[in-house]
Design a protein around this ligand. Sequence first.
Ligand code: URP
Ligand code: ZN
Ligand code: ZN
Length: 469
Amino acid sequence: MGTVLCGGTIVNADSVAQEDLRIAGEMIASIGKNLVQPGDQQIDVSGCFLFPGGIDPHTHFDLDVGSTTTADDFASGSLAAILGGTTTVIDYATQSRGGSLADALATWHAKAAGKSYVDFGFHLALCDCTPQALAELAAVAERDGVVSVKLYMAYKDVMQVGDADLLRVMQICRDQGMLVCLHCENGELIAALVTEAKAAGRLEPAQHAATRPEVVEAEAVARAVAIAELSGCPIYIVHVSSARALSLIRQAQQQGLPVAAETCPQYLVLDAMRYDTQGFSAAKYVMSPPLREKHNQEPLWQGLQDGAIACVGSDHCSFDFVGQKEIGRGDFSRIPNGIPGVENRFGLLYSCGVATGKISLSQFVACISTGPAKQFGLYPRKGVLAVGSDADIVVWDPGQSCLITAASQTQRVDYNAYEGIEQQGRVREVFLRGLHAVQAGRIATGPTGCYLMRKKRQQGEDTACTNSR
Ligand code: URP
Ligand code: ZN
Ligand code: ZN
C-alpha cells in the first residue's frame, strides 16, 4: 500500500510542476498523474507546495561549551526541526582537547541515539590537530561516513586552529575527498580587541559585536581562500554574515577555486540594531559572527539568487536568556555564543525570501535542501523530489500564516530571536522516509530519525544547483 499526494505543486531546485507524487515504503515511487493503485491512501494537497524535506547543514545540539551546555538536545532540537519543515540535520560532533575523533563521534552517536525525530549526520569539529587526530581523518570518512570537517579560525585558546594546521588538514581532506568547513574570523585580532574593551571598562553585550567587526571576518575569509588555493582542497565557509566577506568568496569562485558558502537566517533578517538596546537583553543576539548593519542583507539575498551562496544553515546553538546568557552579565566575553533557529530556518526563508519576491521557489529549495545535500554527500538520496529518492517531503500551505513566538515554539529555549515576525506560509504535513511524521502541523510519530553515512566527493564533482526561476 502506498500514499499518493494529489493536486499539489512539486518544487525542485530545477523545476516547478503540477504533479501528483506516490510514496511506497521509504521512497518516492512515482511522480506524474493517475498514480493511485489499489489499497493506496490518497491525500489531497491542492493549493500546497511539495518541497524536499529541509536539510539544515549547521546545528549544535547538546553541545558543552565549557561554562554551560546548549538548551536543546537531540530530542528537543530535532522535534523543533521537523515541525518547522526540516527532515535532516548535520550536527557538529566536536572533538575535546586532546581527545580522539573516534571518541567525539561515539559521544555524538550516544547523544542522538533513539532521540532524533529527523535523519542526521555529523561533521567533525576539529579543535586539536594532534598527529593522532590527523591520522584518524581518513578512517572517519571511510568507516563513519563523515566527510566534512570544521576548523575554527576564532575562539583563541579554545578551538582556534593556526594556519599550518589549516593547511595540513586541507591537504589530508583534499586527498580523502572531504570538505573543510571554516569558521572565518581572526581569533588573534578578536582576542586583542576584547582585552582592550575590558581594560577600558566596556563590558556590555554590544561589545561582542564591536570586538568582531567585519574586517576580522574578511581577513579570515581571504586567508582561508589562500590556503584552499595552496592545498587545492574544496572549502565551505560557514555562517557568512557580511557583504564584504561574500565579495571575497565571489572573487575566489570567479577564479575557479572550489569555495562554497553558507549564510544563516539571522544575517538575512536581523541586523546590528539589536545590540542598541539598553541593559543586558542584547545578549540574546550574541553570536559569532555578530549581526551586521542592514545594508549587508541585500547582497546576501543576491548571493542566494545567483548561487554564490549554496546553503542556508540555522547555526542553531541555543542558550536560555535566564541562567545561560546571563553567565556573561558584567563581562560580554563570557556570554555563550549562539542563537536558536532550527525550527524557523525553513519558514523564515520562505516567508522573507519567496513570499517577498527576493528569491524564487526553486532558489528557496536550492538553499534550504538541494544545496546542502549536494555539498555534504547526501544527493540524490536527499535534497530532491525524484523517483528513488527518500520520501522526505514537506507539504507547505502558502495560504496559512503564523506568528513566530517563544511561547508557541518547540525549541526548548526561553526566547526566540525572531519574536513577533509574521511567517507567511506554514508546514501542513511532513513525511520522513515515507512515514507521515507531521500531520496537520502536529507530530504524529516518535523519534524515528536514523544516522546518515555520507558520500565522499569525487575529484572536480559539480555541487552547484541549476535553478529554474
Ligand atoms: O555563535 C555561534 N555561531 N555559535 C555556534 C558555534 C559556531 O561558531 O558556529
Ligand atoms: Zn562557527
Ligand atoms: Zn555553528
